[in-house]
Design a protein around this ligand. Structure first.
Ligand code: NAD
Length: 496
């Protein structure tokens, strides 16, 4: 019998009674790794009720104790780093090094959650009026929900539940139906670290299960990471039901290459940032904007990309793995075909095969030039190992192009000019900017600050902004009069 991915409800890994299931497939072989149950209404009710009940006691656990849980969790994640990466590599197809990076970037957020006592400090002003002090606390919200995508099955759940529970909330995770195995292991380790029953729950499913969580009166806040189409729907439904919602969504990230850039550094970084992880990163570079004479480097870029090939997660020569599913492959191949009609295809990975793995979802590095903004290959998020080149005459034109794009997750510029870098950083309407750094993902003491169509909400993922997202601020104004002290005058609190 195929292994059925468990739910985790009230401290127990349980077998779902769902009759509707989806196969979890190894994208390099199509081998069925497990069967994913689409959680029933009753199971979702149980998860919400259990999380609500657990909140009453968990929010009273002293903050340093919650921090200590995170310390133990962080140590366990490090101890099991390679094992988690191997599991993650099997169900995503990522290379082992890439899978280790996925786990590591999540561990860094747990390290941040260890710091929760300092992060939860409120503000205070003494003597706002005679004998009166005002101070604020950050209190947890209640049951929070996380909906996560397929492309980072360790990092993105770890963006969410460690900080949410360290703040004193309880949490229901609904991971991607395509890669549920790593999240189960993440929770097994959390149990080992000593998390109390009901503080984190795990359910599985798709749209119906998510909408039930969004509409339920007992869920208070929703964190989503995934495509813009789904993010917009979740934002609308969630806010209609009076939830606090943050949606980290799709992207189209541009890298500007100035003619004075270090050519070797720029091209080397561009190659890794575009086809690494098969282009399935929300911060992948999918558009290279060559300014002036730097366009002459496109031939060398093609040369470097053509030397790369995908392969199995444990193949040391593989530059990256398969794309996640046959459906994703078909969608990407369709966009490549449209690109061939509209632009110049310098490198076509659509016929890629990997020896010994005929069933894998392989796509070779693909490079287009003469791309312009009205083309489908430019307008849509390809989310595959496909790089589009656009040539412009000036930095001003590059900035205009990037700013006209509806997405605003990340961008980078390669240059030796401080002035050009400063102008780009200042004028570009994108939330995360790299200067001679191809994929500028901020470490977790900052926040992940996508803009425009790449983000819906106002408080971003991880860092101080996430602590504000997962808490409400309570502001107390207090007057204490010392009984024997007749000198304290009555304060005047009239607001003008
Ligand atoms: P997706 O939107 O298809 O799925 C994300 C989650 O939403 C999954 O858990 C899925 O089960 C659920 N879902 C799917 N359809 C739904 C619906 N109609 N209603 C409610 N829930 C639904 O995304 P994906 O393909 O798993 O991930 C890739 C996308 O995620 C890309 O667009 C990528 O750019 C984006 N992404 C963004 C960030 C970021 O921080 N901005 C990070 C990683 C990935």
């Amino acid at each position: 019998m195929t292994h059925r991915v468990p739910l985790f409800i009230n401290g127990q890994f349980v077998r779902s009674t769902a009759t509707s299931t989806l196969p979890v497939l190894n994208p390099a072989t199509q081998e069925a790794l497990a069967e994913l149950p689409m959680s029933t209404e009753n199971e979702i009710e149980q998860a919400i009720a259990g999380a609500r009940q657990a909140f009453a006691s968990w929010k009273e656990v002293p903050v340093p104790e919650r921090a200590r849980l995170m310390m133990r969790y962080q140590a366990l994640l490090k101890e099991h780093h390679d094992e988690l990466a191997e599991l993650l590599a099997t169900d995503t197809g990522k290379t082992f090094d890439d899978a280790k990076g996925d786990v590591w970037r999540g561990i860094e957020v747990v390290e941040q959650a260890v710091n929760i006592p300092a992060l939860l400090m409120g503000e205070t002003v003494e003597n706002v009026a005679g004998g009166i002090d005002t101070y604020s606390y950050m209190q947890p919200l209640g049951v929070c929900v996380g909906i996560t995508p397929f492309n980072f099955p360790a990092m993105i759940p770890l963006w969410m539940f460690p900080l949410a529970i360290a703040c004193g909330n309880t949490f229901i995770l609904k991971p991607s139906e395509q890669v549920p195995l790593t999240p189960v292991r993440l929770l097994e380790l959390l149990v080992k670290a000593g998390v109390p029953d009901g503080v984190v729950q795990l359910i599985h499913g798709g749209q119906a299960q998510v909408e039930r969580l969004l509409k339920h009166p007992d869920t208070k806040a929703v964190s989503f990471v995934g495509s813009s189409r789904v993010g917009q729907s979740i934002y609308k439904i969630g806010t209609d039901h009076m939830k606090r919602v943050q949606c980290m969504a799709g992207a189209k990230n541009h890298c500007v290459i100035m003619p004075d850039a270090d050519k070797e550094q720029a091209l080397g970084n561009l190659v890794g940032a575009s086809v690494g992880a098969a282009g399935q990163r929300c911060m992948a570079i999918s558009v290279a904007v060559f300014v002036g004479q730097s366009k002459e480097w496109i031939a060398d870029l093609k040369e470097q990309l053509s030397g790369l090939r995908p392969g199995a997660w444990n193949d040391p020569d593989a530059a990256y793995g398969p794309v996640i599913s046959q459906a994703a492959k078909a969608r990407i191949l369709d966009l490549i075909e449209q690109g061939k009609q509209e632009a110049t295809c310098l490198l076509d990975g659509s016929q890629c095969e990997v020896e010994g793995l005929p069933e894998g979802n392989w796509i070779g590095p693909t490079l287009f030039t003469d791309v312009s903004p009205e083309m489908a290959i430019y307008q849509q998020e390809v989310f595959g190992p496909v790089l589009c080149c656009i040539c412009v005459d000036s930095l001003e034109q590059a900035i205009e192009l990037v700013n006209a794009n509806p997405y605003g997750n990340g961008t980078s510029i390669f240059t030796r000019s401080g002035g050009a870098a400063r102008k780009y950083q200042h004028e570009v309407q994108v939330g995360q900017v790299g200067i001679n750094v191809p994929i500028p993902v901020p470490l977790p003491f900052f926040s992940f600050t996508g803009w425009k169509g790449s983000f819906m909400g106002d408080l971003h993922a991880y860092g101080k902004q996430a602590v504000r997202f997962y808490t409400d601020t309570k502001t107390v104004t207090a007057r204490w009069k010392y009984d024997d002290d007749e000198t304290v005058s009555q304060p005047n609190l009239t607001i003008h």
